[in-house]
Design a protein around this ligand. Structure first.
Ligand SMILES: [Zn+2]
Length: 630
């Protein structure tokens, strides 16, 4: 999704149109939709900040300068940024919403730098969303008919009253072949639109019929609250379809991105810096009603990298590096497998990952029914780090009463500890693992170190890899530095200019610093023609032996990309590299701004603020660019 957004930012909406949207938008009106504003004197307005809890207003809006800024939490920006933060929209979505408000017809340009990808045509999305909105009304009305008795019972049996059903827009697909289809056709939706939306499908005879029949339905919404699909639960024994049926992939419904409940949960997720991932529609409802408003669920697919992307956008908004993601799983084997797979994904997720397993193997919906709201809140509160859960799961498979069992358990568990992103936590886990196994700390430490260096944990059947000169992939940061250096050495013609433009100060690993300096001393990557001569020049310019050895290694180590590197790959790598320092500069600037008196030092204040806005824009572009590629 991030790659798509970058492409959209770069090429979809014309710059003049974005500028026009900014110009024609009344920032005070946009913010007034969600924040009550009163006069602050000098033409400025103030209110209670929507991004942090406060009792006296420190959230300021300057209509004259078209900016808003909060002195309490440091959030600020223009109208587009406000919608992005408050409504959790992407840049493009925010511009589109403001354009619609101001009556501006946006013009889009094709982005020829990226491969064509299927995208909803202009206007099509609107039609498909409208068809879904009409379908929601239709299905909702059906829920109170006589034929929907089983659906109402199903909800009641799970502890959901009428108000709950209404809050989530639950509906019923009647026992008929084409009632919805005919209804929507009467409202002017075309045959093609209904098929494309996934609401109808052609029957064997060729006529158009409803996709869902005799099922309880949950409308599935995107971040902005638009209904983009349905989840349908089987109600009758003679229904030989699967228990759950979902909308198929459509131009607006991508199951790898969809999170049920995200529209209701997004504000709390951003505010609490925390998200609870449950397994089903009823679990989301049960959690929200029980006082866990951050719950969402995937729809008909496992939790994956794209879902992480969606959540990351919400969690990063809180400025908390350590957003929490909490998975709830049944305690059964399938749930454990899912949890372990999530551990693999965790490597790509900025936040910390936790797992909450109900002791009685009940899902949140069952738990709420059996033991009440408090039990659901307790389940989430009792979460444990996924690492702990995964370690326990691995160790439990071995007989720790035997030496062989303990050694084998150690070999299997060590790679998990080696994977822990937060390196400072590793010693703690080494001690814990040693304790759980009943072994000395030393051998466990050795096994973890070996695993961290990519070596098999003694005696494993995995093929041995040569030990690298430096433990190069000990952190994502080091990995990116290494990749940048590889590009400069292996592809100087392609990567040289971009590589040279990024300051040496961005490199942290001591040996990487040496190699970066050697490249500069050899005249810079942009000056090189490549090949063995270039590698020799850099090696000669190296000040120490470790650096020289690393140059030789990096010159031949494969890049972390399938196929040939392109300019995009170079820019993604360099974006990753700069991310840390840009966010650091933003932090410094924010604290500086907060120390300035905006009344007596107005000019300096707005100058710094302008600088902050452009840095944040840069950071956003870097983040989206970086997330798109590696
Ligand atoms: Zn604030």
């Amino acid at each position: 999704m991030y790659a798509e957004e970058v492409a959209e930012m770069a090429g979809r909406i014309r710059d003049e149109d974005i500028a026009l949207v900014r110009e024609r938008t009344s920032i005070a009106e946009v913010i007034s939709d969600t924040v009550t504003l009163k006069s602050a004197g000098g033409g400025n307005l103030k209110g209670l900040c929507p991004f942090h809890d406060e009792k006296s207003p420190s959230f300021n809006v300057s209509p004259a300068r078209n900016v808003w800024y909060c002195f309490g939490c440091g959030a600020g920006g223009d109208a587009i940024k406000f919608l992005m933060d408050a409504e959790h929209l992407s840049f493009v979505e925010s511009v589109e919403r403001l354009a619609a408000r101001a009556g501006i017809q946006l013009r889009y340009v094709e982005d020829d730098r990226s491969a064509p990808r299927p995208r909803p045509q202009q206007g099509q999305r609107q039609r498909l969303v409208a068809a879904h909105a009409a379908a929601v009304d239709f299905y909702r009305a059906q829920l109170s008919t006589a034929g929907a008795r089983r659906a109402r019972e199903f909800l009641a049996e799970r502890g959901f009253d009428r108000a709950a059903a209404e809050r989530y827009g639950c509906g019923f697909a009647p026992d008929a072949w084409d009632l919805l289809t005919k209804h929507l056709r009467q409202q002017g939706f075309t045959h093609d639109e209904l098929v494309t939306a996934g609401l109808s499908r052609p029957s064997r005879s060729g006529s158009l019929i409803d996709r869902f029949r005799r099922r309880l339905l949950w409308p599935i919404r995107d971040l902005t609250g638009d209904v983009i699909g349905f989840g349908a639960r089987k109600l009758f024994d003679d229904d030989d379809g699967p228990k759950y049926l979902n909308t198929p992939e459509t131009p607006i419904y991508k199951k790898s991105h969809v999170l049920y409940g995200i529209d209701q949960a997004k504000r709390e997720i951003a505010k609490q810096g925390k998200v609870v991932v449950v397994e089903g529609y009823t679990d989301v409802m049960a959690c929200h009603l029980a006082g866990v408003p951050t719950a969402v669920a995937t729809c008909g697919t496992a939790f994956g990298a794209d879902h992480i992307g969606v959540l990351r956008r919400l969690l990063m908004d809180t400025d908390a590096v350590a957003g929490e993601i909490i998975f709830t799983f049944d305690g059964d084997a399938a749930g454990q497998k899912a949890a372990l797979r999530a551990f693999e994904d965790d490597q790509r997720f900025v936040g910390r990952t936790f797992i909450a397993v109900s002791p009685d193997n009940m899902d949140p919906c069952e738990l709420r029914l059996a033991k009440g709201d408090l039990a659901v809140r307790d389940l989430v509160a009792r979460r444990e780090p996924l690492v702990d859960f995964a370690l326990r799961h691995v160790i439990n498979r071995y007989d720790l009463d035997t030496v062989d069992g303990r050694v084998e358990a150690m070999r299997r568990a060590a790679p998990l500890v080696a994977k822990i992103k937060d390196r400072e936590k590793r010693p703690e886990y080494v001690r814990k693992l040693a304790g759980d196994l009943g072994m000395e700390i030393e051998p466990v430490q050795r096994a973890v170190l070996a695993a961290a260096n990519g070596q098999p944990a003694g005696g494993s059947t995995a093929p041995a890899r040569p030990a690298p000169v430096t433990p190069s992939v000990d952190s994502p940061r080091s990995m990116v530095e290494r990749e940048a250096l590889k590009l400069a050495l292996q592809e100087p013609v392609l990567a040289g200019p971009m590589f040279d433009a990024v300051e040496a100060a961005e490199y942290r690993h001591p040996v990487h610093v040496v190699v970066r300096a050697a490249i500069a001393a050899a005249g810079g990557a942009a000056s090189a023609a490549g090949g063995a001569v270039w590698i020799e020049q850099v090696r000669d310019a190296c000040e120490d032996l470790a650096g020289q050895a690393l140059v030789g290694e990096l010159a031949v180590e494969p890049l972390r990309i399938d196929g040939e590197p392109d300019p995009r790959y170079v820019s993604v790598t360099m974006a990753h590299l700069q991310w840390g320092s840009v966010t650091g500069r933003i932090k410094d600037l924010k604290s500086k701004i907060q120390r300035i008196n905006p009344v007596s030092n107005k000019d300096e204040y707005f100058a710094l603020f302008g600088e902050l806005l452009s840095l944040e824009q840069h950071a956003r572009a870097l983040r989206e660019q970086a997330a798109g590629g590696l």
